[in-house]
Design a protein around this ligand. Structure first.
Ligand SMILES: NC(=O)c1ccc[n+]([C@@H]2O[C@H](COP(=O)([O-])OP(=O)(O)OC[C@H]3O[C@@H](n4cnc5c(N)ncnc54)[C@H](OP(=O)(O)O)[C@@H]3O)[C@@H](O)[C@H]2O)c1
Length: 301
């Protein structure tokens, strides 16, 4: 029998991936945008859970503007901290498990080998602080939880590093890209598929399933190296490609400080669920071909 999972943040890049994967791993997915389920409003959560009965909830809703969060601390905490708490409370009341998606930015990036789940957290920016508050709330309020930290999500839709690079390439001949931050680019589709697999297994065999996990793709890169691979693929598809030059984070001067190294050790998810994401290159090619097909469709229409 198909299980039903309710996804919040349904209009975001991860939410969109979940919607596309409805039917995967035995899950029928209902992905709701903010208009239908606002995590900052407990009545909106209750109404959505009444309207769409489900077997589990995945929280893909978040305030994800990392630089914007520096000046909007209250808003970031309202969604990422209190919003996660509201959802955790509602899930616990109804006996529903909750998957909370979290981030590599809970770490300070001072390490030089991959972060395990138990590594001390010390976020450098407001976004990371607010996501850490969300994790703590979920742990406290909803025992049946999977908190899954991931990193550097990208896909064919939404605002992410890939779509930003392609957009900038339309109008710029050269770009400077940060080269002193290392992380693992992760296709949103790969993550969404893996989360459904983990959740399915957790529901089948709950013993020792709930807890905190890391899940990102298997190959670290700097933003500069990631951009290089994006533009190599883009060039092969005949898209415009700028000259890229590496730059330090300090010289780039983003509003939010980011960890220099945020590679996650994903061994626990592999050991417990047999789940591991591979290289991100196939996900990059798939996203680029999806973007190309969308543009061709638009031209034809
Ligand atoms: N993107 C990354 O690189 C990355 C890395 C690590 C972890 N994560 C985590 O992965 C998850 C998914 O991220 P994403 O990349 O899919 O982000 P996204 O594309 O920004 O999607 C987040 C969605 O949440 C919605 N939202 C904001 N406030 C809400 C509220 N009060 N109630 C309900 N929905 C609300 C947003 O709607 P509006 O558009 O209306 O604001 C947006 O559609 C998040 O938990 C994020 O923290 C992301």
């Amino acid at each position: 029998m198909e299980r039903r999972v309710l996804v919040t943040g349904g209009a975001g890049q991860l939410g969109t991936a979940f919607r596309a994967l409805s039917g995967t791993a035995g899950f029928a997915v209902t992905a709701l945008g903010r208009g239908e389920l606002d995590v900052t409003d407990p009545r909106s959560i209750a109404a959505a859970l009444d309207k769409f009965p489900c077997d589990a909830v995945i929280n893909g809703a978040a305030f994800t503007d990392v630089d914007g969060a520096e000046g909007q601390r209250a808003q970031a905490f309202a969604v990422n901290g209190e919003g996660a708490a509201n959802l955790a409370r509602a899930c616990a009341e109804r006996g529903l498990p909750l998957v909370q998606v979290s981030t590599d930015y809970v770490f300070d990036g001072a390490a030089d080998n991959p972060y395990g789940e138990e590594a001390p957290t010390a976020p450098l920016n407001v976004y990371g602080e607010s996501k850490l508050a969300g994790e703590a709330a979920v742990r406290e309020l909803c025992a049946r939880h999977l908190i899954v930290r991931t990193s550097w999500l990208f896909g064919a839709t939404g605002k992410n590093f890939l779509t930003t690079m392609l957009r900038l390439a339309e109008t710029r001949d050269s770009l400077t890209i940060v080269d002193d931050q290392q992380g693992c680019p992760t296709p949103a589709m790969d993550l969404a598929r893996a989360l459904l697999g983990m959740l399915g297994q957790a529901l089948e065999n709950e013993e020792k399933a709930w807890g905190t996990y890391h899940l990102c793709s298997g190959r670290p890169a700097s933003w500069y190296a990631f951009a290089g691979e994006i533009f190599a693929c883009a060039a092969a598809l005949g898209r415009p490609v700028p000259v890229i030059t590496p730059i330090s984070s300090a010289a780039f001067g983003a509003a939010a400080v980011r960890p220099a190294y945020s590679v996650l050790d994903c061994g626990k998810a592999k050991a417990r669920f047999g789940v591991a994401l591979g290289d991100w290159q196939p996900g990059l090619e798939a996203a680029l071909s999806q973007i190309g097909a969308r543009e061709t469709g638009r031209e034809r229409a």
